[in-house]
Design a protein around this ligand. Structure first.
Ligand SMILES: Nc1ncnc2c1ncn2[C@@H]1O[C@H](COP(=O)(O)OP(=O)(O)O)[C@@H](O)[C@H]1O
Ligand SMILES: [Mg+2]
Length: 265
């Protein structure tokens, strides 16, 4: 359902962030994109919804090629792709409910969005989603009153209310403690399974990725160095992806109570 063909991004500074990436994802697959800082993970997912303009190559979402779409076509295509950010990107002074509903802005008309009048069906769906992620009681709270984990749950609801085909998730747990990180990863993966949703999850924490996904793609210097199941991520492979630096430092193993434990041999 998602196909990247020879995707290249060279920033104006000359940084070659992506070097001819080829990648194919079937319907409903959840994929973790790992790699050291600067490998090109954020650039890759942002080239898919064109928050970053690719330099060359193609992005196919089902039978639609995205890189040449003009404004209105791009707007329609972006509805199919929900995004979840590391820093949540909530509007602080708005309520939880308003933040979730803002995920519908790609659908409601211009005047409606200006006056923030959403159809009742959207409000009902927002309540259902908040209930699903355990935040029903928080609907009227302001975003800035929430904890990090709660804010990320709001970010998840905002992405899902778009009813996307594909989730693009950029370091969803980077600002969270180990226990909350694990809960958020589990929640994202469960929601994808429930809805048959595909997702690309950029994640620095290799152990967390291995726990929850069927497929891991490792990026290094803008190229794919590994593509396979989590069990195939051997120390040698990790050294290829992360270099000779101490990649074990990127592994945080946690037990069921979220306490960090020593990485097993
Ligand atoms: N806006 C930008 N302008 C110039 N270079 C950038 C920009 N964003 C990212 N880069 C460069 O592109 C490369 C990949 O960055 P990024 O996609 O952010 O990697 P990651 O998300 O894996 O840390 C890095 O070398 C980074 O410095
Ligand atoms: Mg990044």
């Amino acid at each position: 359902m998602l196909k990247l063909k020879k995707l290249v991004k060279t920033y104006r500074t000359g940084d070659q962030a992506l070097k001819a990436i080829d990648l194919e994802m079937p319907e409903g697959q959840v994929l973790a994109l790992i790699g050291p800082s600067g490998a090109g993970k954020s650039t890759l997912i942002r080239c898919i919804n064109r928050l970053v303009e690719p330099t060359s190559g193609e992005v196919w979402l089902d039978d639609l090629e995205l890189t040449h779409l003009k404004a209105s076509g791009l707007r329609r295509a972006r509805r199919e792709m929900g995004m979840i950010f590391q820093e949540y990107a909530l509007v602080e002074r708005l309520t939880v409910m308003e933040n979730v509903l803002s995920g519908r802005l790609g659908y409601v008309g211009f005047w409606r969005s200006l006056t923030r009048r959403y159809p009742q069906s959207d409000v009902d769906e927002a309540f259902r989603l908040l209930d699903r992620v355990g935040l029903l009681a928080m609907a009227d709270k302001r975003a800035d009153e929430l904890s990090g984990g709660q804010r990320q749950r709001v970010g998840i609801c905002r992405a899902l209310i778009q009813n996307p085909k594909l989730l693009l998730v950029d370091e969803p747990t980077a600002s969270l403690d180990p226990k909350t990180s694990r809960q958020i990863m589990r929640l994202i993966c469960e929601l994808c399974a429930e809805r048959g949703l595909a997702a690309i999850i950029n994640i620095h924490d290799v152990a967390l990725a291995q726990m929850f996904v069927q497929r891991v793609v490792g990026l290094r210097f803008g190229a794919i160095e590994f593509d396979g199941p989590p069990e195939a991520l051997t120390p040698d492979v990790l050294t290829t992806i992360y270099g000779e630096e101490d990649w074990e430092a990127t592994i945080k193993k946690v037990d069921d109570d979220g306490n960090e434990i020593e990485a097993a041999e």
